[in-house]
Design a protein around this ligand. Sequence first.
Ligand code: ARG
Length: 461
Amino acid sequence: MKLWSGRFQKDTDALVNDFNASIAFDSRLYREDISGSVAHAAMLGEQGIISREDCDTIIAGLLSILQDIEAGKISFDPEMEDIHMNVEALLTERVGDAGKRLHTARSRNDQVAVDLRLHLRREIEEIAGMVLDLQTVLCRQAKAHQNTVMPGYTHLQRAQPISFAHHLMAYANMLCRDVTRLEDCRTRMNFCPLGSGALAGTTYPIDRWQTAGTLGFAAPMENSLDGVSDRDYVIELLSALATLMMHLSRFAEEIILWSSWEFKFIELDDAYATGSSIMPQKKNPDVAELVRGKTGRVYGDLVSLLTTMKSLPLAYNKDMQEDKEPVFDAVDTVKMCLPVFTAMIDTMRVLPENMRRAAGRGFINATDCADYLTRKGLPFRDAYKITGQLVYLCTERGLTLEELPLEDFQGFSPLFEEDVYQALDLEACMAQRKSFGGPAPEETARQIRNMETFIAARRHP
Ligand code: ARG
């Protein structure tokens, strides 16, 4: 029997029951649904809206249901549509009339909004922790490779010398913003819609500050219509997750490139790579490819909810039940990707010789050659032009700049002297890029220290 069957003369069609029900996916909100109800019941008791006895009976009943759900003793009833009505029906079955008093001064509209905020708040904390784990691994790998020279790229063309540490710390810094985006999202999400009722509050003397405080929210939401209507907090989280996945996907793309024979900058651990069913030589970077691939789903989840919400009139509309599957999918996807990605980075073997070999080809010290002439008084544009001509000469002769005889340099400018070879030394080129944020080892060390402070501040606040 439906909780709302009073107004109806007929049973719901079986097709409609299935179509309407959300229990298959919102059952994961059971814990939050119960804590929301416990807080609501306690407030109703405190305010004298229900009796002390009823309040105690309800709370004890809810806690026994929670225990039984966690012990796997309860199977939810699709007839009861969603987690909210399932819990309420179970409660009434257990404690009788007191259970029927729980829904006083409340609606499923504020209930679902409070459940989802509580739930996503917890997921945010878990995901942020996983990002910190990845950053920790990046710091560890970076520490070991502050002097490992590799080519930095633009347009995927070798550009200027950097260290492998510098490259890794670029991602670690992107991930800092992902963590703070999640934190910001949590801060804005952390207001309590409970007490908004169906849309227009209630005539009962409820205390919204009490329930908000009990549930760990900063304050009750200001406007009851807004409280039940908006899903911007879900969209904001989806957007933060889409951005996080975008970062992981770019990183994954580089892992895929780096583990190819064309680069061979890294070798993935056997435990984090896969073979081919036909080609015996293959070692494939499936983990990185799947992270890159799953990024598309998370983008889809964001666009899905944005589209669902775009023309809904206030307040609640059933369309909004469609918020859950995308956000749960995005949360599950990100929580699946992060640990495996972190483990892959943690266990990969870095091949500094190959990075150094690639750095030696591609004239990544050409800027330094131009800077050498500029330091000796030539305007940068002229120095740039001469260096370009030198590079051309080298490509014609199959040489690197550092292999070119001094006479050839001097044929282009008398400013070239023996010390040009020191200026072209790749290790020195990298080490001299000491500008704030640059790849010089002491600069990278500073970045790593700051990153460790960022992580520690969150792990041990
Ligand atoms: N299962 C519903 C949802 O997820 C709960 C809210 C239902 N409210 C309503 N008026 N039908 O959105």
